[in-house]
Design a protein. Sequence first.
Length: 150
Amino acid sequence: MTELTLRAETGQGFLGSGLPAVADSVTLDVQVGKGDPHLREVQVEFKSADQQSIQTTLSWIDLDTPIPRNEERQSPNPGTRYAPPLRILYLPDNSRTAVAEADAQRLVANRDKYRGWAAACLGVGLISLGGLLSILIRQELASRAARRRR
C-alpha cells in the first residue's frame, strides 16, 4: 500500500508541476539473454521550454512493455507505448528528471485500482498472523501444563 501511495504521489507530482515536452528521439534499452527480452530503460531526447536539447533516461517506465526484437538497443515500433512523438513531463528545476505522461497517469490510476486489493491482502495477512499467534500461544500453554504434571 505504501509503495502504491509513493508511486501515485510521484505521478501526481509530475502531472501537477511537470512541464510538457515531446520526445522525438526514443531508444529502448533492452535486457536480452535467457528468457524473453525485457525493457530495462527508455532514453529520450527532447527540447525543454527554453529550447535546450535534453537527453535523459525516463524515471518511471512500464517494465511490462512488449519488446518487438531481441536487440539490446532499439527504437520502439510505431503505435507502441514509447513510440515517438512521445509526450513527456519533466521537472522544472531538473529537466533531466522526466517521465512519459502516460506512465505518470498510470501511477496515479494504479493507486486507486489496487487500493482495495492491497487492503484485502493486508487484512488476510493480519488474520493469518493472529491465527498463527493463537496456535503458538496454545502450544506454549499446553507445553507448560504438561511440564507441571510431571
